[in-house]
Design a protein around this ligand. Structure first.
Ligand code: KG4
Ligand code: ZN
Length: 340
Protein backbone atom coordinates (compact mmCIF):
# COMPACT_ATOMS: atom_id res chain seq x y z
CA UNK A 1 0.00 0.00 0.00
CA UNK A 2 1.16 3.52 -0.85
CA UNK A 3 -0.02 6.73 0.86
CA UNK A 4 0.43 9.69 -1.49
CA UNK A 5 0.18 13.44 -0.97
CA UNK A 6 -0.28 16.08 -3.70
CA UNK A 7 -0.21 19.87 -3.12
CA UNK A 8 1.20 21.30 -6.36
CA UNK A 9 -1.56 23.86 -6.98
CA UNK A 10 -4.82 24.64 -5.21
CA UNK A 11 -6.13 21.20 -4.23
CA UNK A 12 -4.96 19.51 -1.03
CA UNK A 13 -4.95 15.79 -1.87
CA UNK A 14 -4.13 12.48 -0.19
CA UNK A 15 -4.76 8.91 -1.37
CA UNK A 16 -4.13 5.30 -0.49
CA UNK A 17 -3.54 2.93 -3.40
CA UNK A 18 -2.51 -0.73 -3.38
CA UNK A 19 0.50 -2.07 -5.28
CA UNK A 20 -1.89 -3.56 -7.84
CA UNK A 21 -3.54 -0.17 -8.44
CA UNK A 22 -6.70 -0.42 -6.38
CA UNK A 23 -7.70 3.02 -5.10
CA UNK A 24 -8.71 2.58 -1.44
CA UNK A 25 -9.07 6.32 -0.77
CA UNK A 26 -8.73 9.48 -2.84
CA UNK A 27 -9.45 12.59 -0.79
CA UNK A 28 -9.42 16.07 -2.36
CA UNK A 29 -10.02 19.30 -0.44
CA UNK A 30 -10.55 21.82 -3.21
CA UNK A 31 -9.61 25.43 -2.57
CA UNK A 32 -11.48 26.55 -5.69
CA UNK A 33 -13.94 28.80 -3.89
CA UNK A 34 -11.18 30.46 -1.89
CA UNK A 35 -9.44 31.61 -5.07
CA UNK A 36 -12.57 32.27 -7.15
CA UNK A 37 -12.90 35.87 -5.96
CA UNK A 38 -9.41 36.65 -7.29
CA UNK A 39 -10.14 35.06 -10.69
CA UNK A 40 -7.26 32.58 -10.35
CA UNK A 41 -5.03 30.79 -7.87
CA UNK A 42 -3.15 33.07 -5.44
CA UNK A 43 0.05 31.10 -4.64
CA UNK A 44 0.55 32.45 -1.11
CA UNK A 45 -3.06 31.74 -0.14
CA UNK A 46 -2.83 28.23 -1.64
CA UNK A 47 0.28 27.39 0.39
CA UNK A 48 -1.20 28.63 3.66
CA UNK A 49 -4.42 26.71 3.06
CA UNK A 50 -2.50 23.49 2.29
CA UNK A 51 -0.83 23.87 5.65
CA UNK A 52 -4.20 24.16 7.40
CA UNK A 53 -5.73 21.21 5.55
CA UNK A 54 -3.03 18.62 5.07
CA UNK A 55 -3.23 16.81 8.42
CA UNK A 56 -6.99 16.34 8.13
CA UNK A 57 -6.90 15.38 4.44
CA UNK A 58 -4.31 12.63 5.03
CA UNK A 59 -6.18 11.46 8.15
CA UNK A 60 -9.37 11.24 6.09
CA UNK A 61 -7.69 9.17 3.35
CA UNK A 62 -6.12 6.79 5.88
CA UNK A 63 -9.41 6.37 7.73
CA UNK A 64 -11.32 5.71 4.50
CA UNK A 65 -8.72 3.10 3.53
CA UNK A 66 -8.81 1.60 7.04
CA UNK A 67 -5.07 1.89 7.49
CA UNK A 68 -2.36 3.99 9.14
CA UNK A 69 1.02 5.39 8.18
CA UNK A 70 2.75 2.61 10.11
CA UNK A 71 1.09 0.07 7.85
CA UNK A 72 1.75 1.55 4.40
CA UNK A 73 4.73 0.25 2.44
CA UNK A 74 5.88 3.75 1.63
CA UNK A 75 4.81 7.36 1.18
CA UNK A 76 4.77 9.21 -2.13
CA UNK A 77 4.66 12.96 -2.70
CA UNK A 78 4.62 15.41 -5.60
CA UNK A 79 8.08 16.96 -5.96
CA UNK A 80 7.19 19.27 -8.88
CA UNK A 81 6.32 20.99 -11.12
CA UNK A 82 3.90 23.47 -9.54
CA UNK A 83 3.68 26.47 -7.23
CA UNK A 84 6.77 26.26 -5.06
CA UNK A 85 5.11 27.41 -1.81
CA UNK A 86 2.29 24.91 -2.30
CA UNK A 87 4.67 22.08 -3.21
CA UNK A 88 6.88 22.77 -0.20
CA UNK A 89 4.00 22.21 2.22
CA UNK A 90 3.28 18.72 0.89
CA UNK A 91 6.93 17.82 0.43
CA UNK A 92 8.01 18.91 3.91
CA UNK A 93 4.94 17.21 5.40
CA UNK A 94 5.72 13.93 3.62
CA UNK A 95 9.39 13.99 4.62
CA UNK A 96 8.40 14.61 8.24
CA UNK A 97 5.70 11.91 8.26
CA UNK A 98 7.95 9.38 6.53
CA UNK A 99 10.68 10.12 9.05
CA UNK A 100 8.36 9.86 12.04
CA UNK A 101 7.07 6.48 10.86
CA UNK A 102 10.43 5.34 9.45
CA UNK A 103 8.86 4.73 6.03
CA UNK A 104 10.59 5.06 2.65
CA UNK A 105 9.53 8.07 0.53
CA UNK A 106 9.00 8.31 -3.21
CA UNK A 107 9.22 11.79 -4.83
CA UNK A 108 6.97 11.94 -7.91
CA UNK A 109 6.75 14.19 -10.97
CA UNK A 110 3.19 15.57 -11.03
CA UNK A 111 2.99 15.14 -14.81
CA UNK A 112 4.01 11.49 -14.54
CA UNK A 113 0.92 11.12 -12.34
CA UNK A 114 -1.36 12.54 -15.06
CA UNK A 115 0.31 10.29 -17.66
CA UNK A 116 -0.29 7.06 -15.70
CA UNK A 117 -3.73 7.86 -14.21
CA UNK A 118 -5.26 5.33 -16.63
CA UNK A 119 -3.27 2.51 -15.02
CA UNK A 120 -5.71 2.79 -12.08
CA UNK A 121 -8.62 1.48 -14.11
CA UNK A 122 -10.11 -1.98 -13.50
CA UNK A 123 -8.65 -2.76 -16.92
CA UNK A 124 -5.41 -0.80 -16.69
CA UNK A 125 -3.81 0.64 -19.80
CA UNK A 126 -0.52 -1.02 -20.72
CA UNK A 127 2.42 0.40 -22.66
CA UNK A 128 3.16 1.26 -25.33
CA UNK A 129 0.63 4.09 -25.39
CA UNK A 130 0.29 7.77 -26.15
CA UNK A 131 -1.18 10.10 -23.55
CA UNK A 132 -2.66 13.54 -24.14
CA UNK A 133 -2.37 15.57 -20.94
CA UNK A 134 -4.30 18.84 -20.91
CA UNK A 135 -4.48 20.65 -17.60
CA UNK A 136 -4.39 24.16 -16.14
CA UNK A 137 -0.61 24.17 -15.96
CA UNK A 138 0.38 21.94 -18.91
CA UNK A 139 -0.62 20.61 -22.28
CA UNK A 140 1.48 17.93 -23.95
CA UNK A 141 1.54 14.60 -25.73
CA UNK A 142 3.70 11.85 -24.27
CA UNK A 143 4.72 8.38 -25.29
CA UNK A 144 4.91 5.69 -22.62
CA UNK A 145 6.97 2.55 -23.27
CA UNK A 146 7.42 1.75 -19.61
CA UNK A 147 5.23 3.22 -16.87
CA UNK A 148 8.26 4.34 -14.85
CA UNK A 149 8.66 7.27 -17.24
CA UNK A 150 7.45 9.00 -20.38
CA UNK A 151 8.81 10.87 -23.37
CA UNK A 152 7.35 14.23 -24.39
CA UNK A 153 6.36 14.23 -28.07
CA UNK A 154 5.07 17.79 -28.23
CA UNK A 155 3.88 20.48 -25.84
CA UNK A 156 2.35 23.91 -25.71
CA UNK A 157 4.65 26.75 -26.67
CA UNK A 158 2.65 29.29 -24.65
CA UNK A 159 -0.64 28.86 -22.74
CA UNK A 160 -2.06 25.50 -21.68
CA UNK A 161 -5.49 24.37 -22.86
CA UNK A 162 -6.77 24.86 -19.30
CA UNK A 163 -5.50 28.44 -19.24
CA UNK A 164 -7.29 29.06 -22.54
CA UNK A 165 -10.52 27.85 -20.91
CA UNK A 166 -9.93 29.77 -17.68
CA UNK A 167 -9.05 33.07 -19.37
CA UNK A 168 -12.10 32.81 -21.63
CA UNK A 169 -14.24 32.03 -18.59
CA UNK A 170 -13.01 35.24 -17.02
CA UNK A 171 -13.67 37.30 -20.17
CA UNK A 172 -17.18 35.86 -20.43
CA UNK A 173 -17.85 36.62 -16.77
CA UNK A 174 -18.18 32.94 -15.84
CA UNK A 175 -15.80 33.02 -12.85
CA UNK A 176 -12.97 30.64 -12.03
CA UNK A 177 -12.26 27.94 -13.10
CA UNK A 178 -13.66 28.66 -16.55
CA UNK A 179 -13.33 25.15 -18.01
CA UNK A 180 -16.30 23.47 -16.33
CA UNK A 181 -18.44 26.61 -16.77
CA UNK A 182 -17.70 26.84 -20.51
CA UNK A 183 -18.33 23.10 -20.87
CA UNK A 184 -21.79 23.54 -19.26
CA UNK A 185 -22.66 26.72 -21.17
CA UNK A 186 -21.61 25.23 -24.51
CA UNK A 187 -23.93 22.25 -24.22
CA UNK A 188 -26.55 22.42 -26.94
CA UNK A 189 -25.19 25.74 -28.30
CA UNK A 190 -24.00 26.41 -31.86
CA UNK A 191 -20.26 25.70 -32.09
CA UNK A 192 -20.15 26.99 -35.70
CA UNK A 193 -21.54 30.41 -34.84
CA UNK A 194 -18.17 32.13 -34.42
CA UNK A 195 -14.90 31.68 -36.23
CA UNK A 196 -11.83 31.19 -34.02
CA UNK A 197 -8.25 30.46 -35.15
CA UNK A 198 -6.79 26.96 -34.87
CA UNK A 199 -3.06 27.18 -34.32
CA UNK A 200 -0.90 24.15 -35.16
CA UNK A 201 2.66 25.51 -34.79
CA UNK A 202 5.48 23.79 -36.67
CA UNK A 203 5.37 20.40 -38.30
CA UNK A 204 5.61 18.41 -35.06
CA UNK A 205 3.19 17.87 -32.22
CA UNK A 206 3.41 21.22 -30.40
CA UNK A 207 0.44 23.36 -29.38
CA UNK A 208 -0.26 27.07 -29.07
CA UNK A 209 -3.34 28.59 -27.46
CA UNK A 210 -2.39 32.22 -26.83
CA UNK A 211 -3.72 33.44 -30.22
CA UNK A 212 -7.11 31.92 -29.51
CA UNK A 213 -7.40 33.75 -26.23
CA UNK A 214 -6.38 37.02 -27.91
CA UNK A 215 -8.95 36.45 -30.67
CA UNK A 216 -11.70 36.20 -28.05
CA UNK A 217 -10.38 39.29 -26.28
CA UNK A 218 -10.54 41.42 -29.48
CA UNK A 219 -13.90 39.97 -30.42
CA UNK A 220 -15.38 41.04 -27.08
CA UNK A 221 -13.61 44.43 -27.13
CA UNK A 222 -14.76 45.30 -30.64
CA UNK A 223 -18.25 43.83 -30.41
CA UNK A 224 -19.24 43.72 -26.73
CA UNK A 225 -22.85 42.96 -27.79
CA UNK A 226 -21.65 39.46 -28.65
CA UNK A 227 -21.37 38.63 -24.98
CA UNK A 228 -25.16 38.26 -25.25
CA UNK A 229 -24.48 35.22 -27.42
CA UNK A 230 -22.12 33.80 -24.83
CA UNK A 231 -23.38 30.21 -25.16
CA UNK A 232 -22.54 30.18 -28.88
CA UNK A 233 -19.27 31.99 -28.19
CA UNK A 234 -18.35 29.43 -25.52
CA UNK A 235 -19.26 26.53 -27.82
CA UNK A 236 -17.27 27.94 -30.76
CA UNK A 237 -14.26 28.69 -28.55
CA UNK A 238 -14.38 25.24 -26.93
CA UNK A 239 -14.60 23.65 -30.36
CA UNK A 240 -11.44 25.46 -31.47
CA UNK A 241 -9.52 24.09 -28.46
CA UNK A 242 -10.87 20.57 -28.93
CA UNK A 243 -10.17 20.65 -32.70
CA UNK A 244 -6.50 21.43 -32.04
CA UNK A 245 -6.13 18.85 -29.26
CA UNK A 246 -7.74 16.16 -31.43
CA UNK A 247 -5.71 17.08 -34.55
CA UNK A 248 -2.47 16.62 -32.62
CA UNK A 249 -3.75 13.48 -30.92
CA UNK A 250 -4.57 11.99 -34.31
CA UNK A 251 -1.08 12.84 -35.66
CA UNK A 252 0.56 11.31 -32.58
CA UNK A 253 -1.38 8.05 -32.92
CA UNK A 254 -0.38 7.78 -36.57
CA UNK A 255 3.29 8.75 -36.17
CA UNK A 256 3.86 6.69 -33.01
CA UNK A 257 1.99 3.66 -34.42
CA UNK A 258 0.28 2.87 -31.12
CA UNK A 259 -3.10 1.27 -30.66
CA UNK A 260 -3.64 2.50 -27.11
CA UNK A 261 -4.31 6.09 -26.04
CA UNK A 262 -5.05 7.77 -22.71
CA UNK A 263 -6.31 11.21 -21.74
CA UNK A 264 -5.24 12.99 -18.57
CA UNK A 265 -5.39 16.37 -16.80
CA UNK A 266 -8.31 18.56 -15.81
CA UNK A 267 -9.31 19.43 -19.39
CA UNK A 268 -9.83 15.70 -20.03
CA UNK A 269 -13.00 16.22 -17.97
CA UNK A 270 -14.36 18.26 -20.89
CA UNK A 271 -17.39 16.54 -22.38
CA UNK A 272 -16.68 17.56 -25.98
CA UNK A 273 -13.02 16.49 -25.79
CA UNK A 274 -14.10 13.10 -24.42
CA UNK A 275 -16.55 12.59 -27.29
CA UNK A 276 -14.24 13.82 -30.03
CA UNK A 277 -11.19 11.87 -28.77
CA UNK A 278 -13.38 8.77 -28.78
CA UNK A 279 -14.36 9.45 -32.40
CA UNK A 280 -10.70 9.90 -33.45
CA UNK A 281 -9.70 6.66 -31.72
CA UNK A 282 -12.62 4.72 -33.19
CA UNK A 283 -11.73 5.92 -36.66
CA UNK A 284 -8.10 4.80 -36.20
CA UNK A 285 -9.08 1.52 -34.47
CA UNK A 286 -7.30 2.65 -31.33
CA UNK A 287 -8.44 1.88 -27.78
CA UNK A 288 -9.03 4.93 -25.59
CA UNK A 289 -8.71 5.16 -21.79
CA UNK A 290 -10.45 8.16 -20.25
CA UNK A 291 -10.09 8.21 -16.46
CA UNK A 292 -13.09 9.21 -14.34
CA UNK A 293 -13.17 12.98 -13.74
CA UNK A 294 -11.74 12.62 -10.20
CA UNK A 295 -8.61 11.00 -11.66
CA UNK A 296 -8.32 13.63 -14.44
CA UNK A 297 -8.26 16.73 -12.23
CA UNK A 298 -5.47 16.98 -9.66
CA UNK A 299 -5.53 14.14 -7.14
CA UNK A 300 -3.11 12.06 -5.08
CA UNK A 301 -4.21 8.65 -6.40
CA UNK A 302 -2.37 9.42 -9.65
CA UNK A 303 0.75 10.30 -7.64
CA UNK A 304 0.53 6.90 -5.95
CA UNK A 305 -0.07 5.36 -9.39
CA UNK A 306 3.25 6.76 -10.63
CA UNK A 307 5.03 5.79 -7.41
CA UNK A 308 4.05 2.14 -8.01
CA UNK A 309 6.50 2.13 -10.92
CA UNK A 310 9.37 3.87 -9.08
CA UNK A 311 11.79 2.74 -6.37
CA UNK A 312 11.14 4.57 -3.09
CA UNK A 313 14.06 6.11 -1.22
CA UNK A 314 14.94 4.71 2.18
CA UNK A 315 15.12 6.83 5.36
CA UNK A 316 17.20 9.02 5.83
CA UNK A 317 18.36 9.46 2.23
CA UNK A 318 15.31 11.50 1.22
CA UNK A 319 15.88 14.17 3.85
CA UNK A 320 18.21 16.10 1.55
CA UNK A 321 15.66 16.27 -1.29
CA UNK A 322 13.55 19.32 -2.00
CA UNK A 323 10.50 20.32 -3.98
CA UNK A 324 11.07 22.06 -7.30
CA UNK A 325 8.79 24.46 -9.20
CA UNK A 326 10.06 23.33 -12.61
CA UNK A 327 11.29 19.90 -13.57
CA UNK A 328 14.37 21.36 -15.23
CA UNK A 329 15.43 22.78 -11.84
CA UNK A 330 15.62 19.30 -10.44
CA UNK A 331 18.66 18.45 -12.55
CA UNK A 332 16.83 15.17 -12.96
CA UNK A 333 16.30 14.62 -9.26
CA UNK A 334 16.35 11.13 -7.88
CA UNK A 335 13.31 9.25 -9.11
CA UNK A 336 12.17 12.00 -11.47
CA UNK A 337 10.67 10.54 -14.60
CA UNK A 338 12.69 10.45 -17.75
CA UNK A 339 12.13 13.30 -20.15
CA UNK A 340 13.44 13.49 -23.66
O1 KG4 B 1 -5.26 18.96 -13.88
P1 KG4 B 1 -5.90 20.12 -13.18
O2 KG4 B 1 -6.92 19.83 -12.10
O3 KG4 B 1 -4.84 21.05 -12.55
C1 KG4 B 1 -3.59 21.30 -13.10
O4 KG4 B 1 -2.67 20.45 -12.99
O5 KG4 B 1 -3.48 22.40 -13.72
O6 KG4 B 1 -6.55 21.02 -14.33
C2 KG4 B 1 -7.29 22.18 -14.03
C3 KG4 B 1 -7.81 22.76 -15.35
C4 KG4 B 1 -8.43 24.12 -15.23
O7 KG4 B 1 -7.88 24.97 -16.21
C5 KG4 B 1 -9.91 23.87 -15.50
O8 KG4 B 1 -10.59 24.95 -16.10
C6 KG4 B 1 -9.82 22.69 -16.43
O9 KG4 B 1 -8.79 21.88 -15.91
N1 KG4 B 1 -11.08 21.91 -16.49
C7 KG4 B 1 -11.86 21.84 -17.59
C8 KG4 B 1 -12.99 21.07 -17.24
N2 KG4 B 1 -12.86 20.68 -15.93
C9 KG4 B 1 -11.68 21.21 -15.49
N3 KG4 B 1 -11.69 22.36 -18.82
C10 KG4 B 1 -12.64 22.12 -19.73
N4 KG4 B 1 -13.78 21.41 -19.46
C11 KG4 B 1 -13.99 20.87 -18.25
N5 KG4 B 1 -15.09 20.15 -18.01
ZN1 ZN C 1 -2.27 18.62 -12.75
Amino acid sequence: MICAVETSCDDTCAAVVTASGQVLANTVASQGLLHARYGGVVPEIAARRHLELIDDVVADALETAGTGLDRVDYLAVTQGPGLIGALLVGFAWAKAAATAHRRPLCPVDHLHGHVVASTLSAEPIEPPYVCLVASGGHTFLARVDDCSGYRILGQTLDDSAGEAFDKAGRMLGLGYPGGPAIDRLARGANSQAFDFPRSLPGSGLDFSFSGLKTALYYRLRDRPDEIDASADLAASYQRAIVDVLCARLRSAIVSERVDRVALGGGVAANSELRLRARAVCDELSTSLWVPPVELCTDNAAMIAAAARFLAPIEYPDYLGLDATARLADAGRAVNMSTHA
